[in-house]
Design a protein around this ligand. Structure first.
Ligand SMILES: [Zn+2]
Length: 230
């Protein structure tokens, strides 16, 4: 089975100009069109003008040798005022050979943040005015809570979720003895919430009355709090 490498490519050039190096695959009316690299424009020595898709017959190793990945990816595009963004999956490894070629032909700054969880690696390709660097590192999973990448040893192996060690520790901290949210409730209300939480943890049928009503500013929404589970 093929392993898939995820590529998040940033090109510091306007979308309409980047598109001149791509071929649109899908019909005009589609909301999320798919593109391919124009392989004739990138590698005119290898692909004739009637073969912009870069179809190969009997030369399967060409893509591996020249692009880094086994076949050309389906690309999704996005942009903002700063850059154009390409998102796509490549087989086994990033197609950095194609991106380096595009950089050499255009002079654009191109960055590919790639990752391959299945093979345990990630990396960054940077093509800019200083040259070309292609760094590979061990794969670092993304924490669901802090939304940051950490080394694999920062996660509990058999946990169902991807929560880093630090976020897990934060989550398990006991509630402080004194009210940490004086703008939400008084000290007396906070102690009442803790008391009810303690009782509920011992008596499963304990059903306390609300202690605090919180109101959303500028709206009629409100919440009734009866306890803090400890
Ligand atoms: Zn985290």
């Amino acid at each position: 089975m093929a392993n898939w490498n995820n590529n998040a490519v940033t090109i510091y050039a306007p979308l309409e100009v980047v598109k001149t190096w791509l071929i649109r695959l899908s019909p005009e009316d589609q909301d999320h069109p798919v593109y391919l690299f124009n392989m004739h424009k990138l590698f005119p020595d290898r692909f004739q003008s009637d073969n912009q898709h870069g179809t190969l017959a009997g030369d399967d190793g060409w893509y591996d040798d020249n692009t880094g990945s086994t076949w050309p990816p389906d690309i999704h595009l996005d942009d903002d005022v700063n850059a154009t963004y390409l998102g796509y999956d490549t087989v086994r490894a990033p197609n950095n050979g194609t991106l380096i070629r595009l950089h050499k032909l255009t002079g654009w700054t191109i960055i590919n943040e790639f990752e391959e969880p299945g093979c345990g690696f990630e990396g960054t390709l940077t093509c800019d005015e200083h040259g070309i660097t292609d760094e590979q590192r061990d794969y670092r999973p993304l924490c669901e809570v802090c939304d940051k990448k950490h080394p694999a040893e920062e996660y509990v192996d058999d946990a169902d979720d991807r929560v880093c060690r630090q976020c897990r520790a934060e989550d398990q901290k006991p509630f402080p003895a004194e009210n940490p949210r004086p703008h939400l409730f008084t000290e007396r209300e906070y102690q009442g919430l803790l008391d009810n939480g303690r009782k509920a943890s011992v008596h499963s049928d304990f059903d306390p009355m609300p202690v605090v009503r919180l109101r959303a500013p500028g709206s009629s929404a409100s919440w009734l709090l009866a306890m803090i589970e400890t």
